[in-house]
Design a protein around this ligand. Structure first.
Ligand code: CUA
Length: 335
């Protein structure tokens, strides 16, 4: 398609403004399972409201300024200006920005106070970032044992959650756009983030700080369920799944058990993702692919070297077809 040339400096601002208007319907695409504009919780609601206030506020001011620019460009230079100079300069140059900025500071302070408010009955979930996966720990409480999992996160609807956020290697950033803001995961430091899901759903979370070659594929699925369903999930996860059969001997012989906990067995010292209950995870490789039989076997064939090159696991390892099948069946029994 041939785009008509913009012929003069006069036409350029008008063309930009038209382009902006044409692009507006694109915002309709901002809903979905990884969007801050499709909020599913009170914190996310506040953030989305802030976004829309800034968007429409800035849009209105842009329209006003563009109107003045067009007026200045197209008015008859022979005619005397209708706008009185001094009151206009003081009003539009001092009073108006002062009012707008003061209102924004007050609004921003109130929203900030809302989204950082602590809650005494919050559920604590510890999340640690690794290159490139997520370790998720539910500390033991008076009536629930500790649960440790990886690359998936379950949370109950209507319960405030306090995330304790850390990193084991480089700086990552923890972000579930549909539920709220992001916070950096910094080695040697604990940050906290408070979120709450107001209705059930599955939301994609994404590392939001460049952390190396696989930063864009450092994701996970957050699953919000009703509180009783969450409690059932938590109790089920505290029970170690069966780990037996020919796959287990190969798992040990190949050295997988050095890094990965499986069934009820801890890892022997390494720090790979825990694999107990792996079969119930939504994804393989921390968001690299959906957890399908094909994706699992593709990952196992070279320990993710093609699906997630650069991962800290021993990517040089190549398994033959029999070992891939044996380990895949072992993992598929981790329910
Ligand atoms: Cu982790 Cu980007």
């Amino acid at each position: 398609m041939r785009v008509p040339a913009v012929r003069s400096a006069r036409e350029r601002p008008a063309a930009c403004f038209l382009l902006l208007l044409v692009a507006l319907p694109g915002l309709a695409a901002c809903s979905g399972t990884q969007s801050a504009l499709d909020p599913h919780g009170p914190v996310a609601d506040s953030i989305a409201t802030t976004w829309w206030v800034l968007f429409w506020g800035a849009g209105a001011i842009l329209a006003l300024v563009m109107g003045l620019v067009l007026y200045a460009m197209f008015r008859d230079p022979e005619r005397k200006a209708r706008l009185p100079h001094l009151p206009f300069l003081v009003g539009a140059g001092l009073v108006f920005p002062t009012l707008v900025l003061t209102a924004l500071v007050v609004f921003g302070t109130l929203v900030g106070r809302d989204i950082t408010r602590a809650s005494d009955d919050a559920l604590v979930i510890e999340v640690t970032g690794h290159q490139w996966w997520w370790e998720v720990r539910y500390p033991a409480t008076a009536d629930a044992p500790e649960v440790v999992t990886a690359n998936e996160l379950h949370l109950p609807v209507g319960v405030p959650v306090e995330f304790v956020i850390e990193s084991a290697d480089v700086v990552h950033s923890f972000w579930i756009p549909n539920l709220g803001g992001k916070v950096d995961m910094i080695p040697g430091r604990s940050n906290t983030l408070r979120l709450e899901a107001s209705r059930p759903g599955r939301f994609r979370a994404q590392c939001a700080e460049f952390c190396g070659a696989q930063h864009s594929r450092m994701g996970f699925i957050a699953i919000a369920t009703e509180a009783d369903e969450f409690e059932r999930w938590r109790r089920a996860r505290a029970v170690a799944p069966d780990a037996s059969g020919p796959g287990l001997a190969r798992f040990d012989a190949l050295g997988c058990s050095g890094c990965h906990a499986l069934g009820g067995r801890p890892a022997e010292g390494g720090t790979g993702p825990v694999l107990a209950h792996f079969a119930e995870r939504p994804t393989v490789g921390a968001g690299a692919a959906a957890n399908t039989p094909g994706a699992l076997r593709a990952w196992l064939a070279d320990h993710g070297a093609r699906m997630k090159p650069g991962s800290l696991g021993p990517a040089q390892r190549r398994l033959d077809d029999a070992d891939v099948e044996a380990i895949a069946r072992l993992l598929e029994q981790q329910r």
